[in-house]
Write a protein that binds this ligand. Structure first.
Ligand SMILES: [Zn+2]
Ligand SMILES: [Zn+2]
Length: 349
């Protein structure tokens, strides 16, 4: 049997073609992909030589769908079940996993981390055994459920950093992640969210997600602006959610003495950020890297995404058929879209 998939042949060379539908793995299942989000990391991967010449390749990890086929003997799921697939797959046996920090698993496997820009994906027996698969209630849309993945690392970050009342929080980067960060920070009780970006369209859009003040750092000095907004003190926490080394370097001057700076967004591979470590030293600044999420955080984030009072439809600005993936990439790159969701099996659900 054949299916449609968006194959990457090289940087910016994405073609939707017919390929063989995956066979049902032993003990596993085939998921019919009903919605798949376009992630910031997808954009980075699809527009650079992310596979170092090893093409074609199918990306897509924000996957939700319906079980289309199950291997004989599989009882945990049945045809028709609506599932969310968390891409992280952890062993649940190593010390980090059993300590509750499966995001640091020594044996993490990319078992469900890709292949979603297609009509069907195979889910292995091992993924089913290790978990990170959650059932989507009947009254929740697939697109809302697909936000569970991008929300996961945001949820984990604010959970680990204890963002909450009465924080003043600076977020650098008004992309989808920045918008999620702001919305969740307000849910958790943050008192003031200051959003910094160089793109006015993004800054304006971010205002609907709990952002109190926006700063365009291409037009004004963001450090001065943050200081002014915090009575000269600096913010309680600063999250750099963008790929710029310069934003990381500036972020330490926006936080108060003893405050926390989080490097959330990845910078270009191999690039180094120049930091004033004397300033960090004399001001007792905490610096934390953040990546990924534990299983329990992924579950909580999924529950948040499908919660009735979570404004998922405001985040999803563009819904496109899989064939229009290149258009979706453009919309995300320019900042016109917050979140693009693709529908490989038709738009009507
Ligand atoms: Zn993602
Ligand atoms: Zn582990």
């Amino acid at each position: 049997m054949k299916m449609k998939a968006a194959l990457m042949y090289g940087p910016n060379d994405i073609r939707v073609e017919e390929i063989d539908r995956p066979a049902c793995p032993e003990g596993g299942l085939i998921l019919k992909v009903m919605a798949v989000g376009l992630c910031g990391s997808d954009i980075r991967n699809l527009t650079s030589d992310s596979r170092r010449g090893n093409y074609p390749f199918v990306y897509g990890h924000e996957i939700v769908g319906v079980v289309d086929e199950v291997a004989p003997g599989l009882t945990k799921y049945k045809v028709g079940d609506r599932l969310f697939l968390f891409p992280g797959t952890y062993c649940m046996e190593c010390d980090d996993c059993i300590s509750g920090h499966s995001e640091n698993c020594h044996n993490a496997e990319g078992l469900a981390g890709t292949g979603g820009f297609a009509q069907y994906v195979a889910v292995s027996a091992r993924k089913i055994q290790l978990g990170g698969i959650y059932e989507i209630p009947e009254d929740v849309s697939f697109e809302a459920a697909s936000l569970g993945e991008p929300l996961t690392s945001v949820y984990a970050c604010e959970d680990n950093c204890k963002v909450g009342y009465p924080d003043t929080l600076v977020i650098i980067g008004a992309g989808p992640i920045g918008c999620f960060m702001s919305q969740l920070a307000k849910i958790r009780g943050a008192q003031k969210v200051i959003m910094i970006d160089i793109n006015d369209t993004r800054l304006d859009m971010s205002r609907q997600f709990g952002v109190d003040v926006t700063i365009n750092s291409a037009k004004e000095d963001p450090i001065e602006a943050v200081k002014k907004l915090t009575g000269g003190k600096g913010a309680d926490k600063v999250i750099s959610a963008n790929p710029a080394n310069s934003a990381q370097a500036q972020s330490i001057f926006m936080v108060k003495p003893g405050g926390l700076v989080v490097f959330f967004g990845g910078v270009p591979k191999g690039s180094l950020t120049e930091l004033d470590t004397n300033y960090i030293h004399y001001n007792n600044i905490w610096i934390k890297g953040h990546f990924g999420a534990s299983y329990i955080q992924s579950k909580k984030a999924f529950e948040l995404a499908i919660a009735k009072n979570f404004p998922s439809s405001k985040f999803i600005t563009h819904r496109l058929p899989l064939e229009e993936i290149n258009h979706g990439i453009q919309l995300t790159k320019t900042g016109e879209a917050i979140k693009v969701v693709l529908f490989p099996n038709g738009m009507e659900q």
